[in-house]
Design a protein around this ligand. Sequence first.
Ligand SMILES: Nc1ncnc2c1ncn2[C@@H]1O[C@H](COP(=O)(O)OP(=O)(O)O)[C@@H](O)[C@H]1O
Ligand SMILES: [Mg+2]
Length: 405
Amino acid sequence: MNEMLEPAAVAAAEPTAASFCAFARDEESRRAIEQVAGELPFGRTMITAGTIRTAIEYLGAHRSPKVLMVDLSGSELPLTEIDELADVCEPGVTVVAFGEQNDVGLFRELVARGVGDYLVKPLSPGLVHESLLRALQGTGAGRRMNRLGRLVGVLGARGGVGATMIACGTAHAIATSRRRRVCLTDLELQSGTVALTFDLDPSHGLREALESPERIDSLFVDRAAAKVSELLHVLAAEEPLDEDCHPHPEALSPLLAELRSRFHFVVLDMPRPGSPLFLPCLEQLDELVLVADPSLAAMRDSLRVLQTLAKCSGACHPTVVLNRIGAYRTGELDPKEFENGIGRKIDLRIPFDAKTVAAALNAGQLSFAERGPVGQAIGTLARIVSRGPAREPRPLIRRLLAFWR
Ligand SMILES: Nc1ncnc2c1ncn2[C@@H]1O[C@H](COP(=O)(O)OP(=O)(O)O)[C@@H](O)[C@H]1O
Ligand SMILES: [Mg+2]
C-alpha cells in the first residue's frame, strides 16, 4: 500500500509515521518523486510542497521517516539548514537532498554532514529511483550500525544513593536544554521507580520485550513507551512482586538497537549487579555514571563496581558522582577519604538538598532547570554525558551528525 497523505493527515495518524517523506518546491520534482515512491516498497509516504525549512518545522513536531528527501534550492545557507535538520530528526534517518547547484564542494560538505546523497535538478524518475533504492538498502542493519544514539547508563553503587533521581534529572536535562530525543529506560522490571518519579502508568511492553525478544519490532517503542514530552520518552515497568520475571540477556541487544535507532540518547537506570542484564548492559554503554553517597558501604561497593569494570573488556570509563553529600552530617565520609578508598577522583559532587529535590519531584518531571547546586550539578552531568568525554575533540554538532553516517 502506498497512500499519499497530507501533513495534517500524517499528524493524525501518528505514531505510525510515514516511512518516506519528501519536501519539494516545484511540481516537476514532486511528480518524479511520487512516481518512484509508488514503485518502491515504502509503507506510508508523504510528498508535499516545501523547502528544507518546511522539513525542519515539520520534523521538529513529528516522528521522522526512514528516508527523507529535502529540497535545498533557494536556501542561502544549505549547510546550516542541514545541521538544523539533523538536530530535529531521529538518528536512524537517511537523507537524500536535491537542489539546483551542481557543485562538488557542496556535495562533499553534505556527505560529510551525514547526507546520504545529493541530486541536481531537474529530477528525473530514473535519477530518483537509483538514489532511493540505495537509501532503502542503506537503512538495513549494516548501515544503521553507524547511526545509533548514545547509550548512557546510570548505576547506583548500592540502593538509595540517588541513581534514579540522577538518571531522571539527566534525561530531562538532555531533552530540554540540549533539545535531543531521549528515551529513559528503567531496566528494573519489578522494583524500578522511574515510572513513579514521572507519575506515569507503567506498561507491560518492556517485560514482554525482554522476555520475548521476537516481539521487538519497529512499532514496539510506540506501544510500550510513555511520553513525558515530545523529546522525552520513558520505558518502564512495575511488574507484580509475586511473579517471576525472566528477562533474557539476548533480548538486550535488539532492544537497545531499536531504541538507539530512534533516539539521540538512551539513558538507562541500570539493573543491579547480579541481574542477568547487568553485564550485557555494561558492555554496550557509551557512558557510565556511577553514583554513590558518602557512606562506607557505598565506598566499598563503588570500589567493587570499578574493579568489575576494569575486568570487563567492553566497558567504558565511568564518571563517578558523589551524591547526597551532607545528608548524614555525622559519620559521613569526607570526599577525600572517599577518593582514597576508591583509588580515583570523584568527577562530580552533588549536595543533599531535600527541598530542591522534593520540589522537582512534585513537579512530576525532575526538572531542575539548572537552579540551585543540585540542578547545576545535574546540568553539568548532562553536558558531560551528552558531549562525550574531553578526549573527543569534535564539536557536538559534528558528532550528532555522525549518527547519520
Ligand atoms: N542530592 C539529593 N538531595 C536530596 N535528596 C536526594 C538527593 N539524591 C537523591 N535524593 C533522594 O534520595 C532518595 C533515594 O534516591 P533514588 O534516586 O531513589 O536512589 P536509588 O535509585 O539509588 O535507589 C529519593 O527519595 C531521592 O529523592
Ligand atoms: Mg533506583
